[in-house]
Design a protein around this ligand. Structure first.
Ligand SMILES: [Zn+2]
Length: 341
């Protein structure tokens, strides 16, 4: 049965089932919450359940996974289902995507079960495409369902938000997240715990951070930071090469740069915690000594300034600033903070 892939959101499954059985399902929803916790997957399973040939209000809301409609929704070829999001190579959702969405709802449902559309990355709508979407939201055809999925709802036009029912998603409980990670191949529970802490409980982000190549790079980063005469030009070059080795596509390279940057952010946060007298959990004794020495090399304020530079670099990467330039600027900031001793 469907929903088996959705974990840790049972409460929302029950609510949607109840609302649907009572014939009170809304026409526009906005799913919000941190990345990597299953919002989009939930929206997809909801769409599959509604379009299943066997769907019937007297039975639980769930796709049967055996009918022709379920086979089509699973591979994205069902004529009543439209799955959209921001193209990988774009900063914003293009106007054409918003128009496709509007057009989808003007057509008659081929199955008689209504038309359904999911728009992922809805926080990347720019003014023109947002206004186009607004027209669809103002006159939703009867029996249709639009689900917007967003991590930063504050970036959406208030007029769009006000026309949607908001459903907030939180990271799944820690034991559920640990199981997801274990199934993804993270066998060591201590490492799994550390990854989930870094990912703020998001199993999807923790899975991305589990890549051993990232942890090898983190070690090189820590070695460079603790060296007496660190070569930050070499570090910037190594970092760029490491990001570029993720694959030919710019998206993969940027993603790797962002993930490795996240490891630096947490390293610096640990340094601040040490300076403030807190213990740093889940690091081994060797690393704890290295971190303690490093923490002493600059003031708390200086480390906090470095955190800001990391956030600048993260923003630059998100804005598609050239990889090498973004990383050079960050390593330059590191060189100023950690002069040769
Ligand atoms: Zn079915």
């Amino acid at each position: 049965m469907s929903w088996r892939r959705v974990r840790g959101h049972e409460h929302h499954i029950e609510t949607f089932a109840r609302v649907w059985q009572a014939g009170r399902l809304g026409q526009a929803y906005l799913f919000v919450g941190p990345p990597g916790i299953g919002k989009r997957l939930f929206a997809f399973e909801l769409a599959r359940s509604l379009l299943c040939d066997a769907a019937n209000r007297a039975a639980p809301l769930a796709a049967c996974d055996a009918c022709p409609a379920c086979a089509q929704t699973e591979v994205g070829t069902h004529p009543d289902l439209l799955l959209l999001g921001r193209p990988e190579d774009r900063l914003e959702i293009p106007i054409d995507t918003a128009r496709d969405l509007g057009r989808h709802f003007t057509l008659k449902s081929s199955s008689g079960r209504g038309r359904v559309a999911l728009l992922d990355d809805a926080d990347d709508l720019h003014d023109e495409s947002a206004n186009c979407l607004l027209k669809t939201l103002e006159e939703p055809p009867l029996g249709s369902l639009l689900v917007l999925v967003a991590t930063r709802p504050d970036l959406l036009l208030p007029t769009i938000v006000s026309r949607c029912q908001i459903v907030r998603f939180r990271p799944p409980p820690r034991d559920v997240a640990s199981t997801i990670l274990r199934e993804a191949g993270v066998a060591d529970p201590i490492h799994a715990d550390r990854l989930l802490r870094l990912a703020e409980g998001s199993p999807g982000r923790a899975r991305d951070l589990a890549n051993p190549a990232l942890w090898d790079f983190r070690k090189r980063l820590l070695d460079a930071l603790t060296a007496n005469r660190a070569d930050f030009i070499a570090l910037a070059q190594d970092w760029t090469r490491f990001a570029e080795s993720a694959g030919k596509e710019g998206t993969l390279q940027r993603r790797r740069a962002q993930l490795s940057l996240q490891l630096l952010v947490h390293l610096v946060r640990d340094l601040v915690a040490i300076r403030l007298g807190s213990d740093v959990v889940s690091v081994n004794a060797d690393e704890r000594r290295s971190l303690a020495r490093l923490a002493d090399r600059a003031s708390t304020e200086t480390w906090l300034t470095l955190l800001e530079r990391c956030l600048d670099a993260d923003r630059h990467l998100a804005q598609r600033v050239q990889l090498a330039l973004a990383l050079e600027a960050l390593c330059d900031a590191l060189a100023k903070i950690l002069p040769a001793s």
